[in-house]
Design a protein. Structure first.
Lengths: 190, 427
């Protein structure tokens, strides 16, 4: 295949495709961040037996279970559309679950079924915004700080998520209205 | 310097003319400078890599200080740099293998790095399956545009990881049928190397990587009737043995003949595992009706591979008499018969052991005929492995197990001694 007449156009198409993929990811997420509705999801303490995973902190959510009628309807790893609303304190709450994409103008997030608790007839939702990437040296300190603070119920910890058309983009993790990144920096100065 | 002295000596003794002497000195001086150039290139590349890594580390340390738009710009940088190198290669250095291979390898990793970086910037969760698929599809064309064998090898590793992740590691254990289509994507390049650079190292690497990838990924087809996967694997190893006997492969050194090595080793390992009674007891217990197993993908998998192997067996051996047919070629056919028999009778267990023993003996005979200590001892090792496996069977008494060990040990001594003596008398 030495013919430049074929190779050059083929290569141009390829480089455009290679640039298109990350560009589309950026555009979709920027669109959600700029024009989506912000929801605050209250976070739950991390499982202390989980090993440290690396350059991100793993997030668990308080509001993530729902009762179901028929067990046969749900299987682990199934796609589920979670319709959202807010509670009196302004935090996100699951309004309902649906197997089909909602058609009304409601806010929803595409998630997966994480666990099925047969005895309690409950489903645990695995939200897609469960990892918050941080600069490597800060991630470990953030996870320790997060774990310490979140165990204390007087402290308010939540994630800020932009939601649009089922797409959810995690903006920040806040503890008592301060970003966890700033908390780690302040902690270091002490 | 000593070359100059030697050359002057030869000129003085009228062995060579001054003109020849100058030509010799010019030749060696050019050779040295080209090896100096290669060394310089190697150090330059090392220096460039270290500078690049240093820059990445500095950027990474200050990552939090950058705005989101700066971060997304950085995400594009690796891809853009890789594409610039590849464009330069395509326009100016198309026939330079070093340029093609290194720029394609860089771009391959740059594409993965860019998508990962964007995922991290927006905290997108990791769906490894779709990430690997996108990455591999975006890089496969590089194999053909640049004839890049390194990209082909990396691609094979990538799609194997994709199949393993989807087929074995994810909870749902979906069958990654896409793997097989992706594998076909790289086969034309493999054929191209076979036709144009059959002696090259890339041919050897592909000969090893392709069958290993298939062996690893075949199991992802398994769903419910896993018993048929054993038939599929034995037929696959049989197919590899048959491919290994094709002239092109059989004439190569053993370490380059990956098909023969993997086929033989795979067959023996699997047969030894099946020489225990657990498998055959399961088989007689789980009786499937024909309607049930005909709807399972594992059955079709086994059928397709067996048919391909059968066809190759027929084309290779149709003109040979029964005596000339290599025993390793028919193992898979025998196993299929034993497998079917195993549903209704427990005699298959005994026959499997006899089959392994037969393979061992035939390998020893083969080794003796070819005067190869390696093959002879491989045959003995097969029998020794069989004996060790039977050691763990509680049905046999210690005396019998002891006697078996003694016989195999004596066999090792006797055959090696006989072979070496034969060699000495032939010298």
């Amino acid at each position: 295949m030495n013919n430049k007449k074929i190779l050059l156009p083929a290569f141009i198409v390829l480089i455009l495709a290679q640039l298109f993929v990350p560009a589309k990811m950026i555009l979709d997420n920027e669109n959600t961040l700029n024009t989506g509705i912000e929801y605050k999801f209250k976070v739950a303490p991390i499982d202390p037996t989980d090993p440290f995973r690396g350059k991100y902190i793993t997030l668990f959510y308080d509001e993530n279970t729902r009762t179901f009628q028929n067990e046969e309807d749900w299987k682990i790893d199934d796609e589920v559309y979670v319709l959202l609303t807010t509670d009196s304190a302004g935090f996100a709450k699951i309004k309902s679950l649906s197997k089909e994409k909602p058609v009304d103008n409601e806010d929803f997030v595409k998630a997966t079924v994480g666990l099925i608790l047969e005895d309690d007839k409950k489903i645990m939702i695995d939200f897609p915004f469960k990892r918050f990437y941080m600069e490597e040296s800060k991630a470990y300190e953030a996870e320790l700080l997060y774990d310490e603070i979140v165990q204390d119920s007087s402290q308010i910890a939540y994630t800020l998520v932009s939601v649009k058309n089922g797409n959810a983009v995690l903006k920040d993790v806040l503890i008592n209205e301060v970003s966890i990144v700033d908390l780690v920096k302040n902690n270091r100065k002490k | 310097m000593s070359l100059q002295k030697d050359v002057s000596e030869l000129v003085k003794a009228n062995i060579i003319t001054t003109e020849t002497a100058d030509k010799i000195l010019a030749f060696y001086s050019a050779k040295n400078s080209s090896s100096n150039n290669r060394l310089f290139t190697a150090f330059a590349m090392l220096g460039a890599i270290l500078v690049g890594l240093g820059i990445i580390l500095i950027i990474a340390h200050n990552w939090d200080e950058f705005s989101r738009s700066s971060k997304t710009l950085f995400a594009f940088l690796p891809i853009l740099i890789g594409q610039i190198f590849c464009s330069y290669t395509l326009l100016k250095n198309q026939n330079n293998t070093a340029w093609s291979e290194s720029s394609c390898a860089f771009l391959f990793f740059a594409v993965g790095a860019s998508i990962s970086l964007v995922s991290q910037i927006y905290n997108i969760p990791g769906d490894v399956g779709s990430f690997m698929l996108t990455w591999m599809l975006l890089c496969l064309p590089l194999v053909y545009i640049f004839n890049s064998s390194i990209t082909s090898l990396l691609y094979i590793i990538g799609i194997t990881y994709y199949a393993v992740n989807l087929g074995y590691w994810s909870y749902k254990s979906a069958e990654p049928y896409l793997y097989w289509i992706l594998l076909f994507g790289v086969l034309p390049h493999y054929y191209h190397i076979f036709k144009n650079k059959p002696e090259s190292n890339f041919m050897v690497y592909h000969n090893w990587l392709l069958p290993v990838s298939i062996i690893i990924s075949l199991g992802t087809v398994a769903e419910k009737t896993e018993e048929w996967m054993f038939v599929a694997y034995i037929s696959l190893f049989g197919l590899f043995c048959l491919i290994g006997e094709v002239d092109f492969f059989s004439k190569q050194k053993l370490k380059n003949n990956a098909f023969s090595v993997l086929g033989s080793f795979g067959t023996i390992s699997l047969l030894l595992a099946l020489s225990f009674d657990w498998f055959w007891e399961e088989l007689t217990r789980n009786y499937f009706s024909i309607d049930e197993f005909i709807s399972e993908p594992e059955f079709y998998d086994a059928l397709v591979i067996s048919l391909i192997a059968g066809f190759l067996f027929y084309t290779q051996n149709k003109n040979k008499s029964l005596k000339d047919i290599k025993p390793s070629a028919i193992v898979f056919i025998l196993f299929i018969i034993l497998f079917i028999l195993g549903h209704i009778s427990s005699i298959s267990l005994v026959l499997i052991n006899l089959l392994v023993l037969g393979i061992g003996i035939s390998t020893i005979k083969n080794g003796a005929k070819m005067n190869s200590l390696g093959i002879l001892n491989y045959g003995l090792l097969i029998i020794a492995a069989l004996v060790i496996c039977r050691f763990f069977d509680s049905h046999l008494s210690f005396v019998i197990r002891g006697l078996m060990f003694v016989m195999v040990g004596a066999g090792f001594f006797a055959t090696n001694y006989w072979m070496l003596k034969k060699r000495k008398t032939n010298e």
